[in-house]
Design a protein around this ligand. Structure first.
Ligand SMILES: Nc1ncnc2c1ncn2[C@@H]1O[C@H](COP(=O)(O)OP(=O)(O)O)[C@@H](O)[C@H]1O
Ligand SMILES: Nc1ccn([C@@H]2O[C@H](COP(=O)(O)O)[C@@H](O)[C@H]2O)c(=O)n1
Length: 211
């Protein structure tokens, strides 16, 4: 069976507002389509498993380099969902820096919103997307938001967020993420609360569903 499944990819820097815009579109479309028909998948769920490494080794991983992610696994899941099959999405722990034992079952959907920093760097993922978005929030704003969020929600210290940002997050943004903006269909300035961008994306999704 080849079910209808529209996939929207949302990329951009860490803390640029990807999750926020994905959540807003999800909640607003749920009202029209029903909660069963739309799903959000975070690329972060597909960070490689690191259970075999010690905590000291895990903190040294460069989480902003494409090789930290298992895009093959993500592609297989997207293809399965498109083919009308359910998948078990991995659960990730930012404090343990690895996959958790449990998974979350996702049944096939009419719309999947995919969000993650490195999505547009991968041609195999781009090919599966019906439309792509790049959140073009200035990096100083992203840094401030990340600092606040990672200390409050991801079990980090201020010092660790600052050193990680300088050592890997910012350099990898410049090397991989920012250049992938060229592949986006829509570039969204300011962040996850951009109302007009949200409405344009919702309209586009409706249009793709009506094909
Ligand atoms: N436009 C905005 N104004 C204020 N805070 C925002 C805005 N967009 C996002 N945030 C906040 O910034 C943090 C990072 O946003 P998030 O959507 O998680 O980013 P990402 O998914 O790109 O990493 C969150 O705490 C979120 O609530
Ligand atoms: N163990 C990990 C895994 C990832 N990160 C950071 O998460 C960022 C991506 O997630 P966003 O929600 O911020 O887009 C990425 O920049 C990684 O540095 C981490 O710190 N630890």
């Amino acid at each position: 069976m080849n079910s209808q499944c529209v996939i929207i990819g949302i990329a951009g820097a860490s803390a640029s507002g990807k999750s926020l815009i994905a959540k807003t579109i999800y909640e607003e479309l749920c009202r029209d389509l029903g909660t069963d028909q739309i799903g959000v998948i975070a690329e972060d769920a597909y960070y490689k498993d690191q259970k075999h490494l010690s905590m000291d080794e895990r903190v040294k991983t460069n989480y902003d380099h494409p090789k930290a992610l298992d895009h093959e696994h993500l592609c297989r899941h997207l293809k399965a969902l498109k083919a009308g099959e359910a998948v078990e999405i991995p659960k990730y722990s930012y404090s343990e820096h690895t996959r958790m034992d449990e998974t979350i079952k996702m049944t096939p959907k009419k719309v999947i919103i995919l969000e993650g920093i490195l999505l547009l760097t991968d041609p195999k993922l781009r090919e599966l997307m019906d439309a792509s978005v790049f959140m073009d929030t200035p990096l100083d704003i992203c840094f401030m938001r990340r600092l606040k969020r990672d200390v409050a929600e991801r079990g980090r210290t201020m010092e660790s967020v600052m050193s990680q940002y300088t050592d890997t997050v910012r350099p990898m943004f410049l090397q991989f993420i920012d250049p992938s903006k060229q592949y986006a269909d829509i570039i969204v300035p300011r962040g996850g609360k951009n109302r007009i961008a949200t409405d344009i994306l919702k309209t586009r999704i409706q249009h793709l569903l009506d094909r």
